[in-house]
Design a protein around this ligand. Sequence first.
Ligand code: NAP
Ligand code: ZN
Ligand code: ZN
Length: 348
Amino acid sequence: MIRIHALSLASAGSPFEHTTIERRELRGHDVLIAIKFSGICHSDIHQGEGDWGQGIFPMVPGHEIVGIVTAVGSHVSTYSIGDRVGVGCLVDSCRKCEYCLSGEEQYCKRGAVYTYNALDYEGNPTYGGYSQQIVVDEEYVVRIPDTLELDAAAPLLCAGITTYSPLKHWNAGPGMKVAIVGMGGLGHLGVQIAHAMGADVTVLSQSENKREEAFRFGANRYYATCSKSAFTELAGTFDFILNTVSAKLDMDAYLSLLGVGGSLVNVGLPAEPVSYNTFSILPRKSISGSSIGGIRETQEMLDFCAEHGIAPQIERIRADEVDRAWDRVKRWDVRYRFVIDMTTLKQS
Ligand code: NAP
Ligand code: ZN
Ligand code: ZN
């Protein structure tokens, strides 16, 4: 076993503790990664605070992981020591079902193994990226393109793929009117990606505060949803709405912004169930969801971001600042992703 330092939560809502955890000895196809940076996703907070039900504690969150390969198992063929790599939300899946075979491991029939707050197929708890090192099978590791800075690449491993995957699936591109609801960690990447795909992009944000930055990320239009006139003005406008908001929204109000046959896709995962009136979808409108993205698509997204110069705007923090960063995310006080420098995790 490899013993390493980590930040863990003893129970739902407790503050972070500095602790040690064990990583497995390398198997044939395993890669050992020295974690350099770990992004803070709102899903970390939902799980750490019990928003989605009982979690597995102690919990070491973190599924936006980048680092350097420091050792490889005897059968590893894809990666070598020194490579810049990333790990997202998945560390294993059945590898046999139709979804695994088509590269959509997130929909694995057996249930994919998530990077933390999960049990692997041997029944051991998984621990995430708020830690010094991680051991992952090479099939679930991606390569960070040379032109992406390592710290800024971290949020792409969850926020990037979670917005890229539905935008691609629903064919965002020239001539398509896309709205991104909520411009946080996911949303500010969604704006950049949709713009790079050629879509006409509107940001729907709670306030006026992010207007200038939205245009810098490539938005064509910006509306503050605190103003009810936005909903009258935009009625029937969009082909596709991507909802990235971490809290419950009025679905009927947002469905009214779709044109006939349009789709509202939820990636935000509030604690409470959402509801809508069936009359709101009668004009052949769809309401759907989307979960992260598969490993192949994650690599494709990283390459796409490198090619189009897309990167998150990050605020880099030390390992002893994570509690405060979580509080700030909950108050929407982040522009636009916190990334923890994991090399600042003290060794004692
Ligand atoms: P985030 O950085 O906190 O951004 C969420 C944004 O939503 C905020 O910046 C804010 O944007 C808006 N918002 C928050 N509360 C609101 C409220 N009460 N009313 C209206 N708008 C509100 O969070 P994130 O990391 O981007 O994650 C967003 C959500 O996606 C979370 O629920 C997370 O768990 C989920 N997620 C899902 C997947 C998936 O696979 N489906 C993957 C990753 C994350 P404005 O100020 O611009 O309005
Ligand atoms: Zn995430
Ligand atoms: Zn499977």
